[in-house]
Design a protein around this ligand. Structure first.
Ligand code: G4P
Length: 555
């Protein structure tokens, strides 16, 4: 048996201290966020400008160009191209101003909101992007609700100020009255649309002037003090006066900027700018880095886990198959929550207790990958997933932890998925199982074992089309969809025993989810309410409970 000398112990303590300091420093340098917006508000454009500052791309237009390239390298992205929509989520990591930024990109189409919900589970901050002419739009409101549930700090960027828009005060009012968030304008616009002249930085009392450039070209940003006499030659006095009056109004009636309220998701710093002309993007990024929440403690079955916990832990928030059809690979995206992740590390999977060596972790930038040697809280790594991970799975070293799972949201469209060609059953089975694991769609099963066809349950019709398209192009099977005419699904709290107590029930169909749990399908809310009235003891949920320790049903 080897004895530990006091000198060994001292050097171990020094090493531990060194490690802790390095970990604390790495966490302090990290910011992670997702953009929530309605399609067309300018998310792609803003992302591109942010990446330009990070030096991650060299030229404007590269995100779209990258998108085009990507679309031809992957079959199912072909569908994105045909429909002109963005379905896939990617993670973009870049360095700016001595900070490592992880931008979690989310699909723009509302039929893929479930994917966005999962991405938001991995985000520490959200940027809410609004079109100045439209204000809050349906998809933004929906995503905001998810941020609210998770108390994610929200930073608002009001875009397209170079075009005629709504009154800035009205836009702030809308945020306050409809979302219940306290807006705090970090800068204030001088004029708008044709008369947009720039913004006043509320904290530094500086004016950043906007000089109109040709469409798509970068506008110049000249800075002047609000007291600079030259200002009156550059901006119409009445526009400046109006902006100053409005600012005084805000100072008089509005709350003070309070970072605690920002971090609890109750106050939102608001920025005005124009992503297309690259006006106000750099000031936004600088202020965001200063105010955003660093990676924080996250809830687990054992209470909150601090990112400074020396042992690595993280959770899977997204699975994606066939990102690159040349490799037919599957990637599990893991959000690092504590400690340092190192290549070749052996970790445990909390759901099954299995030990797994993570030998080829990847960093992904859109479609490009590089092997990563280490990663820190707030980062996202991609793991090759030979079918062992499920969404919500926790990976850890040291003592066991299990992060709060990511709930499935209630689907609204249900359809039998038929395989008309029995000889293709093997591929059909593989495709259905893999797409279920990935969470591309939820799969329900008839309780009658003789009816083997799966039921696809989705939030939007397009999600079903993507599944069909992918089955055809990635697994070589033609399928038929047969709509079921239900619109509402509820999980039964208490499972099968609770359901059996009710005896016979009417106007609903009982099916099971992939975790053998009963799900009730209804044609409409009215039928659901009727059942709940008839059986006051019955408790149902719109969100599937999180599972642990069970292998899912496969076809
Ligand atoms: P999305 O990802 O949120 O769907 O939006 P995207 O960035 O694709 O922008 C949607 C449209 O809004 C694009 O115009 C884009 O150029 C325009 N846009 C984005 N930011 C601004 C802005 O600050 N000012 C103005 N005036 N327009 C902006 P498009 O005509 O659909 O495409 P494109 O031909 O410009 O590429």
């Amino acid at each position: 048996m080897s004895a530990t000398t006091p000198i060994d112990m001292a050097s171990q303590a020094e090493m531990d201290e060194g490690f802790e300091a390095a970990l604390a420093e790495a966490i302090d340098r990290r910011r992670n966020f997702a953009i929530i917006s309605h399609p067309d508000a300018g998310k792609t454009t803003l992302t591109e400008k942010l990446l330009l500052y990070g030096g991650a791309i060299q030229q404007a237009g590269a995100v779209k160009a990258r998108g085009e390239q990507r679309k031809v390298t992957s079959d199912w992205m072909e569908l994105e191209k045909q429909r002109g929509i963005s379905i896939t989520s990617t993670v973009l990591q870049f360095d700016y101003s001595n900070t490592t930024i992880n931008l979690l990109d989310t699909p723009g189409h509302q039929d893929f909101s479930e994917d966005t919900y999962r991405t938001l589970a991995a985000a520490d901050n959200a940027v809410m992007l609004e079109d100045a002419a439209k204000g809050l739009e349906p998809q933004t409101r929906k995503l905001f609700e998810v941020c609210r549930m998770r108390h994610i700090p929200i930073f608002t960027f009001i875009n397209k100020m170079d075009r005629a828009g709504r009154e800035p005060l009205a836009l702030l009012d809308e945020i306050e009255s409809e979302l219940g968030l306290i807006p705090w304008a970090v800068n204030w616009p001088i004029g708008s649309g044709e008369l947009f002249r720039g913004v006043i930085d509320r904290r530094s009392r500086e004016v950043i002037l906007f000089t109109r450039a040709e469409r798509g070209r970068q506008a110049s940003e000249q800075k002047l003090s609000l007291d600079d006499p030259e200002l009156k030659d550059l901006v119409e006095p009445e526009l400046l006066e109006q902006a100053i009056e409005e600012l005084e109004l805000l100072d008089g009636v509005g709350a003070e900027l309070d970072l605690e309220l920002v971090h609890s998701g109750d106050m939102t710093p608001v920025f005005f700018g124009s992503a297309m002309t690259n006006f106000g993007v750099r000031p936004f990024l600088d202020a965001f880095l200063e105010m955003a929440q660093r990676p924080v403690a996250r809830s687990t079955s054992e209470g909150p886990v601090n990112p400074l916990r020396p042992d690595f832990s993280g959770f899977v928030f997204k699975l994606q198959a066939n990102m690159d059809p040349r490799h037919r690979d599957r990637v599990a995206f893991v959000r690092v929550c504590s400690g340092r992740f190192e290549k070749d590390m052996t970790v445990r999977l909390a759901r099954t207790g299995k030990a797994i060596r993570l030998s080829r972790p990847q960093k992904l930038f859109g479609q490009e990958r590089a092997v990563v040697d280490d990663a820190y809280p707030g980062d996202v790594i991609g793991l090759n997933n030979p079918g062992m991970f499920s969404i919500g799975d926790t990976l850890y070293k040291g003592s066991r932890v299990e992060y709060e799972g990511i709930p499935c949201f209630s689907p609204e469209i249900f359809s039998w998925l038929r395989n008309p060609n029995p000889s293709a059953f093997k591929n059909f089975r593989k495709g259905v199982n893999e797409l279920r694991e990935e969470g591309a769609v939820q799969i329900l099963y008839d309780t009658d074992q003789s009816k083997r066809d799966p039921i696809l349950a989705a939030v939007g019709q397009l999600q079903l089309e993507v599944v069909q398209h992918r089955l055809e192009h990635e697994y070589g099977v033609d399928t038929r969809l047969e709509p079921m005419g239900f619109q509402v699904a509820r999980w039964v709290i208490g499972g099968w025993p609770a359901l059996e107590k009710l005896g016979r029930i009417f106007n609903c169909k009982t099916v099971q989810d992939a975790w053998y749990r009963p799900v009730l399908l209804f044609k409409n809310e009215w039928n659901l309410n009727q059942l709940l009235e008839d059986h006051p003891d019955l408790k149902v949920s719109t969100v599937a409970p999180v599972v642990s320790g069970v292998e899912p049903i496969s076809l």
